[in-house]
Design a protein around this ligand. Structure first.
Ligand code: GAP
Length: 444
């Protein structure tokens, strides 16, 4: 983990947030390469979950959330961690995460601590008008259920996908970007007919496992955990967690829950007319029935929900961990390489003029960069720093799949040299063939 954190800072993937003022715990900023990696991961999720299917719509809802949403969702009452204080040193921590220095010391009785961030809305700061920063992206998918059904005429089964920020006032943020206070989630709420939920739950677990493997995660490092007992969320009938071997241990990467009819039922008015199976708080505030018409018998049905919920930041950490390799070379030296899957690589290609600031070489390199950039397959850069060896090393370390060198043969014979990050092999190619080669490499 330490090596990874150091690389992330040195090469511009991830920085401690607010660093010049001493930092704020549990917050990180994504730098020039981190933002590309993160966007590529989110784009891959969106393509698979929305574009590649014909039964999912997208949504981008607000982060500030009406308190009633989080009252009826159960978060105001149950989204808590048990917190204790050490009477010896005054440290405050989760009951199940006692720091080494406090083991054996006298602790206070555990008290429930709500993890949601509250903020004032509007000009009056007397606590009468407040909202929460959403603790999960899911809730606004439920509150928009009727809007999406009415505007798209969707029938069951179908899903609504959303990617966005979530906020939790974690008592002990730790392990780099693994447990933070501000993070992103990629969530799908997939609405199904009651009775078909178990079957869909299984399908989604298989589907999500395959997706992570397609992102470059080694299948042997993911274990499925059937969540039971107190670890099962208040809304869930059954949850399977995809547990990944992070550098600090086996921990949750994504959870796939069967949320039953709890959420749509909880946010509905006239609940007594809806034959809701789960136990909900009586809702006197909602103005909508979140149900669909069953055309076979004209009754209203509250759909069950299967929810694959993945953390973007944990995904980025897992992908960095998988990609990070130190290889021994034939000459006895070592090279550090990030072997990202091509679609995730922050920079797709570096075009390198052999001689720094040579006008003709730089012009040719820029011309090729612009041509490749227009293919819209991701970021391409001109690397005008001169030293080819150093450039190869740098681009290995940041995971650039190909380096294209422009030299005097390019000017005279239209030939470029393409070096592959993984094999380190170099091949000479007519510059005219490069766009097709590049396109095929990233689209295959
Ligand atoms: N809507 C369901 C839900 O939010 P969760 O298991 O609490 O379920 C889903 O969160 C995913 O969000 C987790 O699997 C994890 O990847 C990510 N996540 C949760 N808390 C996080 C935190 N404090 N920091 C980073 N990622 C977090």
């Amino acid at each position: 983990m330490e090596e990874l954190v150091a690389l992330c800072k040195r090469r511009g993937f991830i920085f401690q947030s607010n660093e010049i003022y001493g930092g704020l715990q549990g917050l990180y900023d994504y730098g020039p390469l981190g933002v590309e990696l993160k966007n590529n991961l989110k784009q891959s999720w969106w393509s698979t979950m929305v574009y590649d299917r014909d039964d999912v719509e997208g949504l981008d809802a607000s982060i500030l959330t009406h308190p009633d949403v989080l009252k009826y969702s159960g978060h105001e009452d149950t989204f808590t961690d048990p917190l204790v204080d050490c009477k010896s040193c005054g440290l405050r921590f989760r009951e199940d995460q006692i720091p080494d220095q406090c083991i054996g010391e006298e602790l206070t009785e555990p008290r429930d601590f709500n993890l949601m961030f509250k903020t004032n809305v509007g000009p009056i700061d007397d606590g009468s008008s407040y909202a929460y920063l959403r603790p999960e992206t899911a809730q606004q998918i439920f509150t928009n259920f009727k809007n999406v059904v009415d505007s798209t005429s969707r029938a069951l089964p179908f899903g609504i996908a959303q990617i966005g920020k979530a906020f939790r006032n974690e008592i002990t943020p730790r392990n780099f970007i693994f447990r933070v206070r501000e993070f992103e989630q990629m969530e799908l709420e997939f609405f199904v007919k009651p009775g078909t939920d178990d079957e869909w739950h299984k399908k989604w677990v298989d589907n999500r496992l395959k997706w992570w493997i397609d992102q470059g995660i080694d299948a042997s490092k993911i274990k499925l955990l059937n969540v039971t007992g107190d670890d099962l969320s208040h809304y869930s009938k059954s949850t399977i967690d995809l547990m990944y071997e992070f550098p600090h241990g086996l921990e949750e990467l994504e959870g796939i829950a069967n949320r039953t009819d709890f959420d749509l039922g909880s946010h509905s008015k006239n609940q007594e007319q809806l034959n809701i199976k789960s136990t909900t708080i009586t809702n006197k505030s909602s103005n909508a029935k979140l149900a669909v018409q069953d055309i076979s018998d004209n009754t209203l049905v509250v759909p069950y929900v299967i929810e694959p919920s993945a953390g973007v930041d944990r995904g980025v950490l897992a992908i960095l961990n998988e990609a990070f390799k130190v290889e021994k070379l034939d000459d006895g030296k070592e090279r550090l390489v990030l072997s990202f899957k091509p679609h995730l690589a922050p920079i797709k290609a570096a075009v390198i003029p052999l001689k720094k600031n040579n006008e003709d070489l730089v012009a040719k390199a820029t011309e090729l960069k612009n041509l490749l950039q227009k293919l819209r397959l991701g970021r391409v850069v001109v690397e005008n720093t001169g030293n080819i060896g150093k450039n190869y090393r740098k681009h290995d370390e940041i995971g650039t799949p190909m380096c294209i060198t422009i030299d005097f043969d390019t000017l005279e014979k239209q030939l470029v040299t393409i070096r592959n990050r993984d094999t380190m092999e170099q091949e000479s190619m007519d510059i005219k063939l490069v766009p097709d080669y590049f396109r095929n490499y990233f689209l295959s």
